[in-house]
Ligand binder design. Structure first.
Ligand code: SF4
Length: 318
């Protein structure tokens, strides 16, 4: 297209859950900076945006502040809060401004049988643009839907990115993590990488939905030993999530059944997280999150302390 015809704004949207695997996060940040620097020279209205969860809804604030057990398949509270919500909010803001948007998704049928099924379900025969299942005014275009994985890597290896540099770092990152791809998740159905995909993918490093974090393990196995504390912490979080002795005896809404983690358990998780942060030498939690966690502790502790005063000692839940 000649420059004078490049009038449609193009938004490159990155979803940062704030618990991305550190090597993956470093790669993405570098790519975003490169893209931002190159945008003026590309002669098109290009915007690069990052969608992250609100402080009140991050992984740590829910786990340590509210005492949610870490996610599993039955209680996967994270995808909506950390991926779908922030991403959809950005897309909605663009629909509000422009009336409609075309969402380019890099999903491919070759990723898995489940992915192919989900793509087929959402495809209107004979149309290249398909209405998004829940976002009004958003039309989905999948430019590489029929590309095989090998073809994709071949293309990336042979074609430098238009914003400069090469795809070498990307290839190394994925090779070290033993392969796999990580899609932009905008729909619960589009999120198998968040839990049940057998191949290595970059999900959140804290993800306890999967049995093992294969990509992080792959990076440790290829010599990045400094990431071992993250694996250890994740494994421990997975271990304690079903230990009912660590949970309050009733749910937040007063219903019977295991409630949130007790306060001392939340303190222990925060302590271990801060220890891991020191060992890894990279920020794993922000000051704003720690402040919000302390506020939630104060409000929970106040409520429970009041309840304890009203409950005769012999009747207190152990
Ligand atoms: S990768 Fe795991 S922790 Fe992250 S949003 Fe998906 S299911 Fe949740």
């Amino acid at each position: 297209m000649p420059p004078e015809e490049r009038r449609r704004p193009i938004h490159v949207l990155n979803n940062d859950t704030l618990v991305e695997s550190p090597p993956y996060a470093a790669f993405v940040h570098a790519s975003i900076s490169r893209l931002r620097r190159a945008a003026p020279a590309l002669n098109m209205p290009l915007y690069v945006a990052v969608a992250s969860p609100e402080v009140d809804q991050t992984f740590w604030v829910n786990l340590i502040g509210r005492g949610y057990p870490s996610p599993n398949r039955q209680f996967r509270w994270c995808t909506d809060r950390m991926k779908i919500g922030p991403t959809n909010a950005y897309i909605r803001s663009q629909v509000d401004q422009s009336g409609s948007v075309v969402l380019l998704l890099g999903v491919r049928k070759d990723e898995s049988a489940n992915r192919a099924q989900s793509i087929n379900r959402h495809t209107v025969e004979g149309h290249r643009l398909n209405p998004h299942s829940s976002l009004r005014g958003c039309f989905v275009f999948r430019p590489i839907v029929d590309l095989a994985t090998d073809e994709l890597w071949t293309f990336l290896l042979q074609s430098p990115p238009p914003w400069g540099g090469s795809h070498r770092d990307l290839v190394t990152l994925y090779r070290n993590a033993s392969g796999g791809e990580c899609p932009l998740v905008i729909d619960q159905e589009d999120a198998p990488s968040c839990g049940n995909n057998p191949s290595s993918r970059f999900g959140c490093w804290t993800c306890t939905v999967v049995e093992k974090d294969k990509s992080l393990q792959g990076l440790v196995d290829t010599g990045q030993d400094e990431l071992q504390p993250l694996l250890d912490l994740r494994d421990w979080l997975r271990l304690i999530r079903n230990d009912l002795t660590l949970r309050d005896a009733e749910r937040r809404n007063g219903a019977e059944g295991p409630g949130p983690f007790r306060l001392e358990v939340r303190e222990e998780i925060l302590k271990r997280l801060l220890d891991a942060q020191t060992l890894v030498g990279q920020p794993l939690i922000t000051d704003a999150e720690v402040r919000r966690i302390r506020e939630l502790w104060t409000s929970d502790f106040g409520r429970w302390a009041e309840k304890r005063q009203r409950t005769p000692t012999a009747e207190r839940p152990q």
